[in-house]
Design a protein around this ligand. Structure first.
Ligand code: ADQ
Length: 469
């Protein structure tokens, strides 16, 4: 069997326990790597004075990780800059927040070259290479320029923006053209895939035939493969001792009230402000229901060195304070706003204790929290998932209460609907949701992608016309 070489911005070694706080992508990839003899390569998260390509190898739970340090300037331009201040907002449809700086683009390209240079000697002829996410779009091209003829796939974990938005990026054509170094590229949904097709055909003059896309004589296969969670593991987790304890604590502290839960990285794409406003609308429109519920929002800060993230943090604190100030009583606070991460088993218990899971991103590639919420429920008395129609997950989780997160009124109506939903209906909806979460889980996702990669004829694996000296 071929080895799998996974390359992503950050690497998260499997812990072997279920109590860590690994992010969605990290959990998905650990599960994938557990099955292969493979290597997971990426940035260590550390900086060094001068980049030297030194690789730090570690082995844990059958997965070898290989990490490199980057220079301070790399982090500023590649990670904080191009990845998080240019591509992330643009790909989440927020061109108002996207910053186009040549310095960022240059740093991004430099780090991709450094990654290619460093990882290239680790790749053996039979290996398959799987590159992850928007930090590393041109990495495949850089590997080809260094003579790598292996099968190389790329998966994008965030949305692909509509043609008109992407065309605002000065390097759009160059960047999209580099993707044709891959054999297969994957997106979570048909919608993102279609936007990619639109850009290649309308903007760059390429062509699409079935799932084969051709540009400037190079062909790749583009597929939609929605990521899932390790549903079995998560359902088991919700039965663990720590999950039970968290469940009990939440139910006790709720004193008979229904808990609504939101769990997100603190990010503008997650629609937290709109969520608070929707919940406020509910409190305002339904005074009789007020003290029957409370909202627990768990939102650990992320990307704190980027100014937009500092601003949304301050904005949300202000909004939560204002809503609590307007509605709280001696014995009740409407919003509990918590700024930290929790181990996954604790989260599972919290999800299970919540009558409503409120997952309302403005734009999200997939959203794994929605799936985790479903997997953690008690089959005899499940809660209700309220899900944004703009999350990739909405295309699979159709039995959720689907909302438009931009409408506070819709959000308020959805909360009322969920609170009043009969147990029979909750069970029926949950069963259908859970079937999907179990069927299209992380193992299924990994197989969809690696099967496509292994079975695609290697049309794209021709060396780039412009090899590195
Ligand atoms: P994210 O934007 O990080 O992922 P998401 O898919 O919801 O979003 O995954 C978040 C993960 O972090 C979940 O596993 C969740 O349990 C965990 N998490 C969130 N808050 C936490 C907390 N307070 N404590 C502990 N854990 C917490 C990106 C894309 C998504 C896509 C994934 C995977 O933006 O659209 O679904 O990658 O492809």
């Amino acid at each position: 069997m071929s080895r799998l070489i996974v390359i992503s911005n950050r690497v998260s070694a499997p812990t072997g326990s279920h109590s860590g706080a690994q992010g969605g992508l990290a959990v998905a990839l650990s599960a994938a790597l557990r099955e292969y003899r493979g290597i997971w390569f990426g940035w260590s998260g550390e900086t060094t004075e001068q980049f030297n390509g030194h690789i730090n190898f570690q082995r844990a739970h059958d997965v070898t990780t290989a990490t490199v340090d980057l220079e301070e300037q790399d982090v500023e331009e590649y990670y904080d800059g191009y990845a998080n201040r240019t591509l992330w907002p643009l790909f989440h449809y927020r061109i108002d927040l996207a910053e186009y700086e040549r310095g960022f683009a240059g740093g991004y390209q430099r780090v991709n070259e450094r990654f290619a240079e460093t990882v290239r000697p680790l790749i053996e002829p039979d290996d398959i290479v799987w590159i992850q996410d928007y930090h590393l779009l041109p990495l495949g091209e850089e590997l080809r320029r260094r003579g790598c003829e292996n099968r190389i796939g790329f998966f994008l974990h965030i949305p692909w923006p509509p043609q008109r938005l992407l065309s605002t990026l000065p390097e759009a054509e160059e960047l999209v053209t580099t993707l044709f170094a891959y054999d297969v590229i994957g997106f979570h949904t048909q919608e993102w895939l279609q936007s990619f097709f639109d850009f290649v055909t309308n903007e760059l003059g390429g062509s699409v035939e079935g799932d084969l896309v051709t540009l400037k004589g190079r062909t790749l296969r583009a597929i939609a493969a929605p990521i899932g969670i390790d549903a079995k593991e998560f359902a088991e987790l919700s039965q663990s001792t720590r999950a039970r304890l968290a469940f009990r604590q939440m139910r006790d502290s709720a004193v008979g009230r229904d808990m609504i839960v939101g769990v997100d990285r603190l990010d503008y794409s997650k629609g937290l402000e709109e969520r608070f406003l929707g919940y406020e609308r509910f409190l305002k429109e339904h005074p009789g229901e007020r003290k029957e519920v409370f909202l627990l929002q768990i939102a650990p800060p992320s990307r704190g060195s980027v100014e937009t993230y500092q601003k949304i943090r301050t904005g949300l604190e202000g909004l939560a304070g204002r809503i609590n100030g307007a509605y709280a009583d001696l014995d009740w606070v409407p919003i509990r706003y918590v700024n930290q991460g929790y181990p996954r088993d604790v989260l599972a218990g919290v999800y299970r204790a919540a009558r409503i899971g409120l997952v309302t991103p403005l734009r999200d590639g997939m959203n794994l929290v929605a799936k985790e919420y479903v997997a953690a429920q008690d089959p005899e008395d499940p809660g209700v998932l309220i899900l944004s129609r703009f999350a990739g997950a909405a295309l699979q989780l159709k039995e959720a209460v689907i909302v438009n997160p931009y409408s506070a009124e819709e959000m308020s109506d959805a909360i009322l609907t969920a609170l009043r939903m009969s147990r029979d209906e909750r069970i029926a909806r949950w069963r259908a949701l859970m079937d999907n979460v179990q069927r299209e889980d992380v193992i299924w996702w990994r197989q969809c992608f690696t099967d496509a990669l292994i079975n695609t004829p290697q049309a794209a694996a021709m060396p780039s016309p412009d090899p590195v000296d």
